[in-house]
Design a protein around this ligand. Structure first.
Ligand code: HEC
Ligand code: HEC
Ligand code: HEC
Ligand code: HEC
Ligand code: HEC
Ligand code: HEC
Ligand code: HEC
Length: 436
């Protein structure tokens, strides 16, 4: 046992200097200082009161009149389209969102039977009927989830089953809609309100979608006197994201949950907490809070990996381009190709025909970042009952190589460089070191 090769390559220990609101610079062991990209921020007066002094919600239409620049960026963010009103026909999306949209409702339904489309902008869509209930396969006997074009896992647009065992009507209630609406309120038993009087909408919201006031709080006290700077800004932007990008909602950071061999969607908060080196980061160290990753990737990420990791190489993959022979999917290798693989499933995952029997490819990137070089597959990544991601004594998780390398190195996609889990793990050891 003590002759075993080191499983983790030796690396330099680096530290980040956290300034007023964001990381301003970080220093390496050699003491070189790297300045990272931070926005020019106003000085906030309200970073504590989410209610803005008991204000009321006005909707983003009013914010747009003065903050046109931010509103224009935000108009491409998936947040703006998490819940879309249907008015007799398919909802429309910005032209730049080239994978967005749903052609028709499930078999046997017309658009006039649908009140809202849940999603439909990236990855998948569900349909809500006029009573405010989500259409399930269990109740309707039809395929009721629309999968959007998802090139990384080879899914092409089409209907799929959703909740095949849910035989009872599925209300779109507070526990669901608080992820996708602005100003959500649970139902008060003494005055039971239903949004738009639809019985499935148990509770109310102020605006559909995750709009300006979802993060900044209600704006009615700001507009009469904007220079008072008394509208809530979560600086440095950690806790606002935590609410919705947590499973369960606003949950503790201790467990990353999963099902069917994939991490649950909206677990980024829990994943980041288990990332070791990035565990104390705010989401906004890397993300612009107003810009979306699906259709505005270049603007959405403030600091690319190499802004901080200035000396890291591409781990044998410099200049490599992956082309999947079965469907022509093309990816130029980046740091994210290995460190942010699709270990999360929101709507779809790759079929065996697309990636072979061993690879695990969901539709959403992981935020664990760490990769293990132990010869383990997803059964070792999750606890034996499959409901939690395994963590070490320091609370860190690590992605197994079936999510990382085998996504490309499988017998369908790269037949001459197809690896077993054991072989991939062996090569992965020290993959960043120069081989001489
Ligand atoms: C009538 C114009 C107007 C409208 C409408 C408006 N704002 Fe503002 N907002 C401003 C101005 C002006 C500032 C900058 C204040 C300053 O720099 O003195 C500002 C600042 C802000 C800030 C930064 C606060 C800070 O402490 O620096 C946020 C956040 C913000 N607005 C959000 C919103 C939201 C959300 C809405 C919609 C509910 C909205 N605004 C509607 C004019 C407006
Ligand atoms: C997902 C949460 C979120 C949403 C939704 C959001 N913001 Fe922000 N906003 C932030 C955070 C966090 C900051 C702090 C500064 C930063 O990290 O960029 C901020 C900063 C601001 C500022 C001050 C700094 C600046 O960039 O000028 C304004 C003004 C603002 N937001 C307006 C808006 C408007 C208008 C909308 C809707 C179109 C909106 N925000 C939607 C999270 C959000
Ligand atoms: C009110 C709930 C809510 C809040 C608050 C929120 N998000 Fe989201 N976010 C969502 C939902 C819902 C989606 C749609 C995807 C999904 O369901 O996983 C999403 C999607 C995203 C995406 C994908 C965007 C795209 O274009 O595909 C990013 C990036 C993101 N959120 C970052 C953030 C960050 C950073 C913050 C904090 C500044 C934040 N979110 C706060 C609910 C929220
Ligand atoms: C804002 C600066 C910053 C950005 C951006 C950043 N990192 Fe890091 N990263 C760090 C710091 C600081 C550490 C901890 C340093 C250490 O472990 O010595 C770290 C650690 C890591 C680790 C080791 C984690 C562990 O504990 O085992 C990996 C892997 C990593 N980063 C990958 C990435 C990738 C991939 C990206 C881009 C998607 C990225 N980083 C973006 C600053 C950053
Ligand atoms: C081909 C897949 C692959 C690519 C591409 C890749 N990495 Fe890695 N990286 C790994 C693996 C595997 C490990 C774990 C190696 C080990 O522990 O021996 C690792 C470890 C790391 C670590 C922690 C160990 C260390 O060397 O400090 C950091 C930080 C890191 N990578 C950053 C990056 C950055 C930044 C990029 C892009 C410039 C990148 N990686 C590209 C596979 C990759
Ligand atoms: C170290 C940098 C870093 C941090 C910290 C970070 N992200 Fe990300 N995130 C990224 C990058 C880079 C991408 C886009 C990767 C790509 O598609 O190229 C991304 C993508 C996303 C996506 C879209 C994933 C998909 O596949 O659709 C969501 C949602 C998201 N981040 C939410 C969050 C939230 C919430 C937090 C805080 C809990 C957070 N991120 C923290 C770097 C980071
Ligand atoms: C996004 C797809 C992708 C991922 C992820 C990926 N690779 Fe690769 N890899 C490639 C491609 C493409 C090539 C070049 C194939 C060729 O030249 O025909 C390659 C080449 C290689 C080679 C041969 C290098 C050389 O110089 O000839 C090795 C070894 C390798 N990869 C190992 C790994 C390991 C180990 C991992 C996981 C840590 C990994 N790869 C992750 C796509 C990927």
């Amino acid at each position: 046992m003590n002759e075993a090769p080191p499983r983790v390559a030796p690396r330099r220990v680096l530290s980040v200097v956290i300034a007023t609101s964001l990381v301003a610079a970080w220093t390496s062991g050699a003491c070189d200082v790297v300045t990272i990209n931070t926005p020019t921020l106003p000085i906030y007066y309200n970073t504590t009161d989410r209610t803005n002094g008991g204000a009321s919600f006005l909707t983003s239409t009013s914010c747009k009149t003065c903050h046109a620049d931010i509103a224009q960026q935000y108009a491409l963010h998936a947040h703006a389209f998490t819940l879309n009103r249907v008015q007799g026909g398919p909802p429309t999306f910005p032209a730049a969102a080239d994978q967005a949209g749903v052609p028709n409702p499930p078999d046997g339904y017309a658009w006039s039977d649908i009140s809202y489309l849940l999603g439909g902008y990236a990855k998948r869509a569900l349909f809500i009927d006029n009573g405010g209930f989500i259409l399930t396969t269990g109740l309707t006997g039809k395929a009721t989830q629309w999968n959007l074009d998802t090139p990384p896992n080879g899914t092409t647009p089409g209907f799929a089953d959703f909740a095949p065992t849910a035989a009872a009507p599925l209300p779109y209630d507070f526990d669901r809609f608080r992820y996708e609406t602005t100003g959500p309120a649970p139902q008060d038993p003494s005055n039971p309100l239903f949004q738009e009087n639809r019985p499935g909408f148990i509770g109310t919201w102020a605006e559909a979608g995750v709009q300006c006031e979802a993060c900044h709080g209600p704006g009615s006290n700001h507009i009469p006197n904007p220079s008072a700077r008394d509208i809530f800004v979560d600086s440095p932007g950690a806790m606002t994201c935590k609410q919705c990008h947590s499973t369960p909602f606003d949950g503790p950071a201790d467990e990353i949950t999963g099902v069917d061999g994939f991490i649950n969607p909206r677990s980024q908060w829990q994943e980041l907490a288990a990332s070791g080196g990035h565990a104390a980061f705010a989401c906004t160290f890397c993300h612009d809070p107003h810009r979306g990753t699906s259709y505005d990737r270049a603007g959405a990420i403030r600091n690319e990996c190499t802004v901080c990791h200035t000396e890291e190489n591409m781990a044998l993959h410099e200049g490599k381009v992956f082309v999947r022979p079965t469907d022509g999917y093309t990816e130029t290798l980046t740091c994210e190709s290995c460190h942010m693989p699709y270990a999360v499933k929101s709507g779809s995952s790759a079929s065996t025909a697309a990636v072979g029997p061993l690879a695990r490819v969901g539709d959403t990137r992981s935020h664990i970042f760490r990769i293990t070089t132990e010869p383990l597959d997803y059964t070792g990544f999750f606890t034996p009952d499959g409901t939690r991601v395994v963590k070490d004594a320091e609370g860190r998780a690590a992605l197994t190589v079936d999510f990382v390398c085998l996504r490309c190195h499988n017998d369908v996609s790269l037949p001459t460089l197809s690896f077993s889990v054991e072989r991939a793990a062996e090569i992965a050891i020290g993959v960043h070191q120069e081989f001489e």
